[in-house]
Design a protein around this ligand. Structure first.
Ligand code: ZN
Length: 456
């Protein structure tokens, strides 16, 4: 049952639960799969032939860490309304042969950085490990999610007495400073046993693994009027979750609504399942093929398509207001942040921004603008990367947050609900370029959510 209650409180609680149940990127995508299954979506395998029906609802998963879902409005659809976000967050990957014994008693784990994180907040907080294992079962190799659901690890700081300069700015060495403590006196040799036990398998059956650290800090709603949410992975699970909710709640208009979540944004997107891969293009081409349409039809559909890349944005920081652009100053709870950059790291231009503002204004959803200070390079995201494979009109958006890439980030409690509503509006709208430089937005719902449910 889809909840049509847009109360921000409920949305915030559901987001916190979603993130808590997503200790690794594989768990996040598995939770998305569950949400789609519950609504009657049919999983398609990339290795099989796709036979698609009008009114059908489908999804496809690559590497258990990227997912694309879509609905078919009819054979004569106009284009694709695509919304993309990312499933990964900066963390530490457990290396092969991870145990290191020191002083003949301590056991710590050998890890390496995944993505560009703030290091300091990873110290002195309970951590654990989650990811996937590859298990040998007779003649088959089977992947299995694993999460050690207890406080298992911690990266202890060096005492101030042993480093008097600790508060004067410190450069962290990931091979020395950031290794988590696992045990003492006899712990050596037990780490992979514990992980295997958590997955309910024998240690000897585990022949491969992708394991990552995660923070055990639970999400929290706080502030004078409970206006803030803090949690790990708000970048970008806040956008990924909210846009999926909007996708599921939307009716289907004249275009194919396409929900994408890509892995590996934090390490440049150039993987088999990243935004730079052919995953989206392969899927869109196969939608054409599955409906018996030509590649020419595909090119035409792209001309009437629109993409939103949704990745969290920097809100103005209360202690560092000078770090924000002087005239564009997004705030937490201020609504959808439209992101611009002259060098096109963000894809937004005058046309895509205007189309998006029309959609948001029409639904009464607040929006604000982010541009980097002209003397700061800022970060990158997945919109412009994805356009190399699928070249469509695109805008970059996000929700305002603080402490991006900390294991405990802060955002506004109302913004998740704004993005759910914005995504719903976006997926129900088609964008037409009637003549060169003349655009029209169309909302003409062919299938409501309930009709899709009964068609599946
Ligand atoms: Zn991000």
């Amino acid at each position: 049952m889809i909840l049509m209650d847009y109360s921000w409180k409920l949305c915030t609680e559901e987001l916190i639960a979603f993130i808590e149940n997503s200790p690794s990127v594989f768990h996040a995508v598995d939770n998305m799969r569950r949400m789609l299954d519950k609504e009657g979506y049919v999983q398609l395998l990339e290795g099989n032939r796709w036979e698609l029906k009008e009114g059908g609802c489908y999804y496809v998963i690559r590497n258990s860490s990227s997912l694309i879902a879509f609905r078919i409005p009819g054979r004569d659809y106009r284009g694709f309304q695509i919304m993309a976000s990312h499933s990964d967050s900066p963390t530490f990957r457990i290396k092969e042969n991870p145990e290191i014994e020191t002083e003949g008693s301590y056991v710590k784990l050998n890890v390496e950085k995944y993505g560009g994180m703030l290091c300091a907040p990873w110290f002195d907080r309970p951590l654990s490990v989650a990811g996937r294992l590859v298990i040998k079962e007779e003649n088959r190799l089977v992947t299995k999610l694993v999460s050690v659901d207890k406080d298992l690890l911690l990266i202890p700081s060096l005492a101030i007495h042993m480093n008097r300069e600790a508060n004067d700015g410190y450069k962290y060495n990931p091979q020395k400073d950031m290794l988590p403590l696992y045990g003492i006196d006899g712990a050596k040799g037990s780490f992979m046993k514990q992980v295997a036990l958590a997955a309910g398998v024998e240690e000897t059956a585990v022949i491969g693994s992708d394991l990552f650290l995660y923070s055990r800090m639970k999400g929290s709603v706080w502030g004078a009027d409970e206006e803030f949410i803090s949690s790990g992975k708000l970048d970008d699970l806040q956008c990924a979750y909210a846009s999926l909710r909007g996708f599921l709640e939307a009716g289907t208009g004249e275009s194919v609504p396409v929900y994408c979540v890509f892995d590996n944004e934090e390490v440049g997107s150039s993987t088999r399942q990243g935004a730079a891969s052919t995953f989206l293009q392969d899927t869109l081409l196969r939608i054409q093929e599955g409906l018996g349409k030509t590649e020419g039809d595909y090119r035409r559909a792209l001309a009437s398509s629109f993409m939103i890349s949704a990745d969290n944005a920097h809100g103005v920081h209360p202690n560092y207001p000078e770090k924000a652009c002087p005239t564009n100053r997004p705030k937490l709870n201020g609504g959808i942040v439209i992101k611009y950059s002259a060098n096109q790291r963000y894809t937004t231009d005058g046309v895509s921004a205007a189309l998006l503002k029309e959609i948001l204004d029409g639904a009464g959803i607040p929006w604000q603008v982010f541009v980097n200070r002209s003397d700061l390079p800022g970060g990158s995201t997945l919109g412009n990367i994805s356009l190399n494979q699928v070249s469509v009109k695109c805008a970059d958006i996000g929700l305002a947050q603080l402490a991006m890439h900390s294991p405990y980030e802060t955002a506004g409690v109302k913004d998740t609900e704004y993005l759910i509503r914005a995504a719903k509006e976006f997926f129900e709208t088609s964008v037409l370029e009637c003549e060169s430089g003349i655009f029209e937005l169309k909302k003409n719902i062919r299938y409501t959510h309930n009709q899709h449910m009964s068609a599946s």
